[in-house]
Write a protein that binds this ligand. Structure first.
Ligand SMILES: Nc1ncnc2c1ncn2[C@@H]1O[C@H](COP(=O)(O)OP(=O)(O)OP(=O)(O)O)[C@@H](O)[C@H]1O
Ligand SMILES: [Mg+2]
Length: 304
């Protein structure tokens, strides 16, 4: 294996149940130390894809390679490289944090000394002797990640790790994931329906909708540059004429106009509007929402 072997390769993954294609030819790659976001609304096919990645369900077509091992041919070798949480962490509430980790450590045949290491990584060492039933949601999520970290996997797969957490809890998990990717060169796959979360946490993102990947790229290219300029003006029709003259894509609503453009295009547009006598009461850059991005990517089809 060379250093360039991707940690995870999904090739044309497809799942059909009955007559319905739930995941349709999904392909992507994760490199070492990279955090990859799988962004899509409810029912997009995120969990189904993850189930195929870790062998919980068999793909109708396509293949998965983890650390160079095809999961159909070398399932156990492949799974030794992965820690994962599918949907919610599988925890026993009547047991303590430590007992939960011991249980999983036994199943994975890893030594109990690992428990201190993973508990430390998720800042739970001080609560290990308490029952999981007394944990907050954020702590349970972190204990789930600790469990996934047992055995020191090269690849971490997390299904909606931010689910149900408050902003402080989300930030804690984000910092933990960035640390794992940065310091240990772990590759991390996270699914989410939260655009802001993916934007802040991930290096690269794929947008999945109705089982198909609509877009894929670096977060910077895909999300950060997709910003609208929002203007509130006294004369929307005149502002629209000027936007059209400059070949800008825009839409209007009431006294507002939204223009899709790069930051560098803002000053000349604002000057042109002012010269034409349009009064600008308010101007701000606004990130395109997930829904708007979907509308654009699907050519106006609504998100369900
Ligand atoms: N075993 C199954 N039989 C039939 N339909 C299924 C099955 N599993 C999933 N589906 C359907 O496939 C679609 C994708 O489901 P999936 O759970 O993968 O979506 P998701 O992106 O994880 O959504 P969420 O954000 O709600 O977790 C949904 O429409 C779901 O109803
Ligand atoms: Mg899901």
């Amino acid at each position: 294996m060379t250093e360039l072997t991707p940690t995870l390769t999904a090739s044309n993954l497809t799942k059909t149940i009955g007559h319905k294609t739930i995941v349709d030819s999904v392909s992507f790659e994760l490199q070492q130390g990279e955090i990859f976001g799988f962004l899509g609304p409810n029912g997009a096919g995120k969990t189904t894809t993850i189930r195929m990645l870790v062998g919980l369900i068999r793909p109708t077509a396509g293949s998965v390679r983890i650390c160079g091992y095809d999961i159909q041919q070398n399932f156990e070798d492949a799974m030794r490289c992965v820690g994962c949480i599918v949907e919610n962490p599988d925890l026993y509430r009547f047991m303590t944090g430590r007992e939960n980790l011991e249980h999983f450590a036994r199943m994975l045949r890893v030594s109990n000394s690992e428990i201190e290491r993973v508990a430390d990584a998720v800042s739970l060492a001080h609560r290990l002797e308490q029952r999981v039933g007394t944990y907050s949601l954020g702590m349970r999520q972190r204990l789930g990640i600790a469990q996934a970290l047992l055995g020191n996997p090269k690849l971490l797969i997390l299904d909606e790790p931010a689910n149900g957490l408050d902003p402080a809890g989300i930030r804690e998990i984000r910092e933990l994931l960035r640390r794992l990717a940065g310091e240990q060169q772990m590759s991390i796959f996270i699914s989410s329906h939260l655009l802001a979360e993916i934007e802040l946490t991930c290096d690269r993102v794929a947008i999945i909708h109705k089982g198909r990947i609509l877009r894929e790229g670096s977060v910077r290219d895909l999300i950060s540059s997709r910003r609208d300029m929002e203007l509130r003006v006294d004369d929307v029709p005149r502002a629209s004429v000027i936007a059209r003259e400059r070949n800008l894509t825009f839409r209007t609503d009431g006294d507002r106009i939204w223009l899709a453009m790069e930051e560098a295009d803002a000053p000349p547009l604002l000057s042109a509007l002012a010269e034409a006598g349009v009064k600008i009461f308010h101007a701000q850059r606004r990130a395109q929402s997930l829904e708007e991005m979907f509308l654009e990517a699907t050519g106006g089809e609504t998100v369900d």
